[in-house]
Structures are given as structure tokens and as C-alpha cells.
Design a protein around this ligand. Structure first.
Ligand SMILES: C=CC1=C(C)c2cc3[nH]c(cc4nc(cc5[nH]c(cc1n2)c(C)c5CCC(=O)O)C(CCC(=O)O)=C4C)c(C)c3C=C
Ligand SMILES: [Fe+2]
Ligand SMILES: [Fe+2]
Length: 359
């Protein structure tokens, strides 16, 4: 049998040999391409235990928190995971998709994937399989990769849905995929979509989406904040290109829209803990603008491919309150690209380019 396995008589049909497989040969599934869309994740529910499980997984990730384990472990387990799940659970409850019983990030990522698949199916047929996964929580990256392999994908395009590269987002999503690949005997060929912060398709999509949202307002905002999720300043100093990617997106978008630097300002939100994060901070800028007499303000968050807690609650609820209570009169939050036509256009352009040579 060992000798026969070396001859063309027993080689698998799928490998190009038109002969039947021996009875004990494992099934051969190959020849397809998988596209795996990956986003951050969201809790499975808004009550204490699912919130705690989500935050525990997220905040135990060394790509996210680089503090020494000896200092971080007691702080996380004895302080943060006792108080934060309750507080943040209430915030999640206020934005929850009750129909599907899930966070909006999941609903939107699923829809983006389905729409992309529907657009490309007429051209690519069933040769390319689309799926989506979350770095933290469910559906997890390992199980979705395994599902793609089971469908015959021997090439995988990984799509971290972060236009700006950051180690705490893009790199950790890929780490999770590579950890899964380490366990596979028949490992697929993989490609990773690079950051698309300066891709003309992305900038044009953002500009079109912003123009449409601004046109719907009954006022013209004096100032528009271009707010990105922050990160500790130390990560920038250690070489993370995230800050530069955000600044470039902001500049290109400003040029595309013809706005001045005074009217369209770059800020960073979602600060966590006592360390210095990327500045200027969104919330402090909002308060300062209100205090200095700005009456109308809009905020857009181009770094988030899908609306989520950090936009729907932090920007649209919390920062709205800061502005209105500080003396502002008109406030608007401009939605993310999400599963809009423009949003899927941008993802499609990037995915098509990165599939070149494979399809
Ligand atoms: C504490 C460190 C954190 C770093 C660094 C960080 C970077 C980072 N995050 C995003 C995108 C998202 N973050 C989201 C939620 C969120 N982020 C952190 C912490 C860090 N993020 C926490 C603890 C949470 C959970 C909510 C909370 O407890 O405050 C989300 C939203 C998820 C959702 O379900 O809605 C996104 C998206 C980026 C782009 C980024 C880059 C530097
Ligand atoms: Fe975050
Ligand atoms: Fe920079």
C-alpha cells in the first residue's frame, strides 16, 4: 500500500490524476479561494457575564495592553472586570440590535460580507467563498477558517476591516488567524489585505458618504471633527504607524472635500486608563469648542468600517451631551461607511485588487 501510494494509479483525482482514490484515502477538497472579513468583535450579550467574558478576552490581549503582566493581571481581574462590565453593558444595551440580539458591529460586518459576495458571485461563481469572523467573541477566526478549508479553499485572503493599520487591531486579527494555521496539517496559502487608509476608492467613498450626510442636515456645521479611535502615545513612539495612517486619511479627505484645517479637525477618542494617548482628544476638543462659542458641530469617524459602541454611544450620545451642555446648539454625528453602497464599493475595490493573480 505504501508503494502504491507513490504511483499515479492511487493519486487523487482532485490533484489532477484521473484515477479513483483508494478507499482509505482522506477526502481531497481544494481549488477554491476563501475571503475572510475580520473585525474586532462584540459581546454575546449586555449583562454582566457576557460583558465580562468579552472584556476579559479583549483586555488580556498583549497586542492591546502592553503593560507588564504582573501589574496588569491584578488590576484587570480585581478592579476592571468587576466594574466595567456593568457600566459598559448599559452602554451596549442602548445600541443593541434587539431583532438579531447582537451588537451592531456584527450585523454590519455580516451585511458587508453578504453584499460583497453578491456583487462578485456573477463574475467569480462559487470558486470564491466569502465569510466573516470576529477577533474577540463569535464567530471566531479559527472556526471560520476551518469552515473555509472544509469547503475546499486552499487559498485565503484575510481582510482586516481596519483602513488604518494598528498592532492592537490589524496585527492581532492576523495573529489569531496564524495561530489557527499553526494547527493545520494542510495549510492554505494566505494573503493579508494591506491597510487602505490612502486608497482613492476609500477616500472617495468617505467623501461621498459625508457629502450625503451633510446635505441631509438642516444646518451647516461650523466645525467637523474627524475622530479616530486612540491608542497609547507610547505605541506610536515604539513604531506603530497608526497615527500617520490616520493623519493621512484626514488630509486626503480634507483635500477631497475642500475643507480648511480649522473647519475639519483631526482628533482621537476612546482613551482608556491614565497613560497619555494620541492627542488632541475628541472629548476635550468638543468641550473646548463649546466653551469658546462654537454653536454647531459635526463628528465623523472614518477609521471605523462599521458603526459600533465607540461611535453610536461615545460620539453620538456622550460627546453630543458634552457639546449641548457646554453651550452648543446644533450637533450631528455622521455615520460610518457601514454596508452602504459607497462602503461596499471601497471594500470591493480593495478585495478585487488583492485577489489579482488568484482569480
Ligand atoms: C485599552 C486599549 C485599547 C486600545 C489600544 C484600542 C485600540 C483600538 N480599538 C479600535 C476599535 C474598537 N474598539 C472598540 C471597543 C473597545 N476598545 C477598547 C480598548 C482599546 N482599544 C475597549 C476596552 C473596548 C470595549 C468597550 C469598552 O469597554 O470601552 C470597538 C467597538 C466594539 C463594539 O462592539 O462596538 C472598536 C470598533 C481601534 C480601531 C483601535 C486602534 C488603535
Ligand atoms: Fe478599542
Ligand atoms: Fe504620525
Amino acid at each position: 500500500m505504501r508503494e502504491r501510494a507513490m504511483t499515479s494509479e492511487t493519486l487523487p483525482v482532485a490533484a489532477g490524476y484521473a484515477v479513483p482514490l483508494p478507499a482509505d484515502h482522506p477526502p481531497i477538497r481544494n481549488g477554491r479561494i476563501g475571503v475572510l472579513m475580520m473585525n474586532l468583535g462584540t459581546p454575546e450579550g449586555t449583562s454582566y457575564w457576557p460583558m465580562r467574558a468579552y472584556l476579559r478576552e479583549f483586555l488580556s490581549d498583549r497586542r492591546v495592553i502592553e503593560t507588564s503582566r504582573w501589574l496588569w493581571w491584578p488590576l484587570l481581574n480585581l478592579v476592571i472586570l468587576t466594574t466595567r462590565p456593568g457600566r459598559k453593558g448599559k452602554d451596549y444595551a442602548s445600541i443593541w440590535n434587539k431583532e438579531r440580539d447582537e451588537g451592531p458591529l456584527k450585523t454590519i460586518t455580516r451585511s458587508q460580507t453578504e453584499q460583497l459576495a453578491a456583487r462578485l458571485a456573477p463574475e467569480l461563481g462559487d470558486r470564491v467563498v466569502f465569510d466573516w469572523a470576529m477577533r474577540y467573541g463569535l464567530p471566531d477566526v479559527k472556526s471560520r477558517l476551518e469552515a473555509l478549508l472544509a469547503q475546499g479553499c486552499d487559498r485565503i485572503l484575510m481582510v482586516p476591516l481596519y483602513p488604518q493599520y494598528a498592532a492592537p487591531t490589524s496585527a492581532t486579527a492576523c495573529d489569531q488567524a496564524f495561530r489557527a494555521l499553526m494547527t493545520m496539517r494542510w495549510q492554505p496559502a494566505v494573503r493579508v489585505v494591506p491597510p487602505y487608509h490612502d486608497d482613492p476608492a476609500y477616500i472617495k467613498a468617505l467623501a461621498a458618504s459625508m457629502r450625503a450626510s451633510l446635505a441631509k442636515l438642516d444646518f451647516e456645521p461650523e466645525v467637523i471633527l474627524c475622530s479616530f479611535h486612540g491608542m497609547p502615545k507610547e505605541y506610536l513612539l515604539k513604531g506603530d504607524p497608526y497615527h500617520c495612517h490616520c493623519a493621512k486619511t484626514w488630509r486626503l479627505l480634507r483635500e477631497e472635500l475642500g475643507f480648511s484645517r480649522e473647519r475639519f479637525r483631526l482628533t482621537f477618542q476612546s482613551r482608556f486608563g491614565p497613560d497619555e494617548w494620541l492627542q488632541p482628544y475628541t472629548d476635550e476638543t468638543v468641550k473646548a469648542l463649546a466653551a469658546s462659542g462654537t454653536k454647531s458641530l459635526a463628528i465623523v469617524a472614518p477609521g471605523f468600517s462599521a458603526d459600533c459602541l465607540e461611535t453610536l454611544e461615545e460620539l453620538d450620545v456622550e460627546n453630543r451631551e458634552f457639546f449641548m451642555h457646554g453651550g452648543g446648539e446644533k450637533f450631528a454625528y455622521l455615520p460610518c461607511l457601514n454596508d452602504s453602497v459607497e462602503g461596499v464599493d471601497a471594500i470591493e475595490a480593495v478585495v478585487r485588487r488583492e485577489l489579482m493573480g488568484w482569480v
